[in-house]
Design a protein around this ligand. Structure first.
Ligand SMILES: Nc1ncnc2c1ncn2[C@@H]1O[C@H](COP(=O)(O)OP(=O)(O)O)[C@@H](O)[C@H]1O
Ligand SMILES: [Mg+2]
Length: 195
């Protein structure tokens, strides 16, 4: 896939299909370790141990609409092609955690993509499910939590044009802030092509 955000959207849709109430998305970018890590964790139905073993085999799917499941296998392949690794753990009735790490400056690493738009797409498609997004850029943390925002605004759903516009700006500005605050990061990202 052209952008890692497309993997993120795809894998969070697994969580929605698994009837998660809360999806946690954590992105950790460490320039010092030359690492980018993506964690997607949910409290959905989980995966039985016997199916978890070969879950990244493209022919493993519980879909009935098509016979191949590609989301996890593509994400695993992307991470491994970039000197990273993939991990999935799951407990039936508790939830599932997917981790992918990438060598950040690996020539084959796809750009992350526009996270403000990605978060917006998630909020719009999540229905009742809440999202907790944490982005750590060189130890600067940005957090976006839909439960908190629903409480502050005293609304049940964030799926309103005004709220969505505000969310996009909030995420965009929050991410710009954590990325700017780090001069070391700034220098590195300007001397290296990030695409
Ligand atoms: N977060 C999750 N919770 C429960 N089951 C999951 C989760 N992620 C994946 N699965 C199971 O693993 C299968 C393979 O997932 P994936 O590779 O994304 O392919 P697809 O979604 O097309 O089936 C899914 O069909 C589903 O049964
Ligand atoms: Mg999938």
């Amino acid at each position: 896939m052209k952008e890692l955000s497309l993997h993120i959207l795809d894998i969070t849709q697994n969580s929605i299909r698994a009837q998660a109430k809360l999806v946690r998305l954590v992105i950790i970018e460490s320039l010092a370790n030359n690492e980018l890590t993506i964690i997607i964790e949910d409290d959905g139905c989980g995966i039985p141990a016997d199916r978890l073993q070969n879950i990244t085999d493209p022919f493993v799917t519980t879909r009935t609409t098509r016979r191949v499941g590609l989301g996890l296998s593509l994400f695993k392949a992307a991470a491994e092609a970039c000197g990273g690794f993939f991990e999935i753990s799951s407990t039936p009735g508790v939830g599932t955690k997917v981790v992918g790490t990438f060598m950040r400056d690996h020539i084959d690493r796809a750009p992350l993509g526009n996270m403000a738009d990605t978060i917006l797409t998630m909020v719009m498609s999540f229905g009742e499910t809440d999202l907790n997004y944490e982005h750590d850029y060189n130890n600067q943390l940005f957090v976006f939590n839909t439960r908190e925002i629903k409480e502050i605004l005293d609304v049940e759903s964030l799926n309103e044009p005004d709220i969505l516009n505000w969310i996009r700006e909030f995420v965009q500005e929050g991410l710009e802030e954590i990325m700017e605050e780090n001069i070391y990061g700034k220098v590195l990202s300007r001397t290296k092509s990030d695409s």
